[in-house]
Write a protein that binds this ligand. Structure first.
Ligand code: ZN
Length: 119
């Protein structure tokens, strides 16, 4: 009896709601991080950070915020979970690992920036 309660996975839970919660959490986390980094940048000696490191961290947080906001927008438009290139559904496993993914793994590999000396 208690073993079932201990299991945190609920197969009946709506995957979309789970992914939305993950995206909202990431959005909140990265917004908070960016705010923190902005505060550090204004501090004398940048709170002990190297200014370039701060810039890099802020930039990656900004990118993640944009990707996450984009994913939430697609969710509200009903296009979330569909590959932007081939328009096939992105596998749920991939979305769980990368809720902001806009491409299926196949198209992601075909993208020029990840294509390394093929052919
Ligand atoms: Zn695709």
């Amino acid at each position: 009896m208690t073993a079932a309660l201990h299991d945190a996975t609920h197969p009946s839970a709506e995957p979309m709601e789970l992914l939305r919660a993950m995206l909202e959490e990431q959005f909140a986390v990265h917004t908070a991080r960016l705010t923190q980094l902005t505060v550090y940048a204004r501090l004398p000696r940048h709170g002990g950070y190297d200014p370039r490191t701060l810039d890099g961290l802020a930039e990656s947080s900004r990118q993640r915020i944009a990707q996450t906001a984009h994913a939430l927008k697609r969710m509200s438009e009903g296009t979330y979970g569909t590959c932007a290139d081939c328009h096939k559904p992105i596998p749920l496993g991939r979305l769980r690992a990368m809720p902001h993914a806009t491409n299926c793994a196949f198209c992601e590999r075909r993208r020029p920036e990840t294509l390394v000396n093929e052919g």
